[in-house]
Design a protein around this ligand. Structure first.
Ligand code: NAD
Length: 394
């Protein structure tokens, strides 16, 4: 990670900030045999067991993990889940590492966290950890409930109840992002049918946001990945784009037509559009391009696609921003569904039943004043956390 990305991940913090919410537990572990350090931060447990993914990077540290755990407290509270906020980090860059070594590290981390998992913390996937790592984690820990995001064929049969993994690869996050866009358009009294959408980042989140928005009649006119932007004013067809991307790994291999063109990667943030969905990395909207953003609505699929100061600038220009921890909560709602033993049909219903009313409540709370949606959402989340009475607290 370069220095800019590193400071964005840490903000300007030089140490963990303790306040009225937490963090309640900061657990640091070290495995002298495998020579790696790990950290789990359980930010606040008022609403329930802390929930949040495991990040495995060379730059993750306790400060970054504590900030992410706080974001999870807000995200879970805002999503209306009986989960507190947590996050963990394994401080090793897995790039170029053998699969055996990575597996050994995940297994060791799972065992070291046993005193806290799953009683106070349930893990999940995050950067460089997927359904495979979750399977390793659960196997080594020994409890199916120790983490979510496990493979669909990872089954538990207990007390006559069958529970299966619900991998993030089912598209719950992209579905929630698409729903957030739908509610935001309704809020501005704009039609979803024919609304123009641009999606920056075509991975798990971006792909599924495209799929659902297209199904509901929106026109996804531009999509980018690390190789560039593909634009088609008559709308990019989801099935065709998936096929093209699968073939070459790039959205730029989408079939050329009289209405389509290839553009540079970062120009996507500057295109005129009804809805812009940043679904790649952090800080993609920044000092260099914020003045050229022309979207009417921004739905933050990615975490921290821009710092708050840039959200404020766009808010002053009447851009409606649905903040990350509200818009991309579909993944953690799916985690809750997995924990409860729901199937994917019930999971998608739950995502809809949570995201739609919560985005509406946030927008209602902003009212007609000049307040920011992010501030309104934090107010709602804080109120819920401070009033929370998880049963295990008694
Ligand atoms: P992913 O790795 O599946 O996809 C990322 C995509 O972004 C890839 O297509 C990649 O080519 C593209 N990309 C990378 N750098 C880019 C750049 N500079 N410009 C344009 N595109 C670029 O990741 P994902 O799971 O879709 O996650 C995307 C974001 O959403 C991350 O910030 C992640 O933290 C957040 N998020 C994901 C989930 C989830 O369930 N997957 C849940 C909540 C939040």
């Amino acid at each position: 990670m370069d220095e800019t990305k590193k400071s964005a991940a840490q903000g300007t913090q030089t140490e963990i900030i303790y306040d009225e919410l937490g963090p309640e537990y900061v657990i640091e572990v070290y495995d002298p045999k495998l020579n790696f350090r790990g950290v789990a931060v359980l930010d606040n447990l008022n609403l329930g067991i802390a929930k949040g993914g495991i990040r495995m990077t060379g730059t993750v540290n306790p400060i970054e993990v504590s900030r992410l755990a706080r974001a999870m407290s807000y995200k879970n509270a805002m999503a209306g889940l009986p989960f507190g906020g947590g996050k963990s980090g394994i401080m090793v860059d897995p790039k170029g590492m053998s699969l055996n070594k990575k597996k050994a590290i995940i297994e060791s981390f799972a065992k070291m966290l046993r005193p806290f998992v799953p009683k106070y913390y349930i893990a999940g996937p995050d950067i460089n950890t997927t359904e495979r790592e979750m399977m390793w984690f659960a196997d080594a820990h020994g409890d199916w409930e120790s983490c979510t995001g496990k493979p669909a064929n990872y089954v538990s049969r207990k007390n006559g109840k069958t529970r299966r993994g619900l991998p993030h690869e089912l598209g719950s996050t992209g579905f929630g992002v698409a729903l957030s866009a739908k509610v935001a358009l309704e809020h501005l009294e704009m039609k979803l049918k024919g609304a123009e959408v641009t999606i920056a980042g075509y991975g798990n989140v971006g792909v599924f946001a495209h799929k659902f928005l297209e199904e509901w009649g929106a026109l996804v006119v531009a999509v980018s990945d690390s190789s560039g932007t593909i634009y088609d004013r008559s709308g990019l067809n989801y099935a065709k784009l998936m096929k093209a991307k699968a073939k070459t790994g790039s959205v730029l291999s989408y079939p050329v037509s009289t209405t389509s063109k290839k553009l540079t990667r970062d120009i996507i943030y500057e295109l005129s559009t009804d809805v812009l969905i940043p679904a790649a990395g952090p800080d993609v909207i920044n000092a260099t391009n914020v003045d050229r953003v022309k979207a009417k609505i921004i739905v933050e699929g990615a975490n921290i696609p821009m710092r708050e100061e840039f959200e404020k600038i766009l808010h002053r220009k009447n851009v409606l921003i649905i903040p990350d921890f509200v818009a991309n909560a579909g993944g953690v709602i799916s985690s809750y569904a997995e924990y409860m033993g729901y199937d994917s049909v019930k999971m998608f219903k739950l995502v809809e039943g949570k995201i739609v009313p919560n985005v509406k409540e946030m927008l209602l709370s902003v009212g007609k004043g000049s307040g920011m949606p992010r501030d309104a959402a934090i107010r709602i989340a804080k109120r819920r956390i401070l009033a929370g009475k998880a049963p295990f607290r008694k």
